[in-house]
Design a protein around this ligand. Sequence first.
Ligand SMILES: C[S@@+](CC[C@H](N)C(=O)[O-])C[C@H]1O[C@@H](n2cnc3c(N)ncnc32)[C@H](O)[C@@H]1O
Length: 273
Amino acid sequence: MRRILQLLKNVRSVNALRRFNYASKNYFFDKYLQMIRWVINSKEDTNYTYHLTEENLNYLAQTIAFITKSNFSSIIGYFSEAQQNKELIQHIQTTIQNSDQKKFTDKEVRFGRRLGWYAFVRILKPKIVIETGVDKGLGSVLICSALLENKKEGFYGRYFGTDINPKAGFLLTGKYKEVGEILYGDSIDSLSGFKENIDIFINDSDHSSHYEYREYNTVKPLLGEKGIILGDNAHCTDQLSKFSLENDRHFLYFQEKPKNHWYPGGGIGISFK
Ligand SMILES: C[S@@+](CC[C@H](N)C(=O)[O-])C[C@H]1O[C@@H](n2cnc3c(N)ncnc32)[C@H](O)[C@@H]1O
């Protein structure tokens, strides 16, 4: 039997099928099952949400610990703080249920890589955070909840989101709005008029590489010595890496690994001094 299998392996077409079967079974089959589950269970059409695997969250915490010179367990603690914030989760679910977006939004709240944004805000206690491109405002409320936690500890900060869509950011209401606002219009236009120093800048608006690069150059004069950039496009372009090299900044990239989701994941490009 073994000899027959060995002979068959030498027939090119049979071997090609065997190799195709190996690759699809080991690397893609689960993805097809996840796609089927997603088609049936999820209402999302864009800006997909998912949890990250536990190992992936650990990688994210280790990356942030290295950059911020803080310890791993405090970052894992911040991830849990956000995920267990019942008031925040309730706010997101209720606001979605009362909006026309409920047709395209899942009930379960899944932050994915945004937990990394949350941890950066909790650790660095920024005075100003900007996120370009807010969509529904999931990042907005999460960041504002981090700012509210910082405020309880005596650190005051403000959030500014930008979006070209006048209906974007509908999740940013209630107490979260006390520390944040959305600037409507083209992101570069809004950033050009911005005057305050930026501590954390998150890029997630127009995902074309030239626009992304322009955003970084627009905020460059406002980034303080410790100003950090979190790029949400680094899984698609190398613009933040390029900008970092040109401006004597370090650059690291974290790749998401979604849990039980077909999407291969985005990432966080991190540019820091
Ligand atoms: C990927 S979504 C942002 C997701 C969001 N950061 C989150 O955490 O869920 C991109 C958003 O960028 C906005 N956008 C696209 N081009 C823009 C531009 N030139 N200026 C401002 N916003 C823009 C879109 O309207 C969209 O809401």
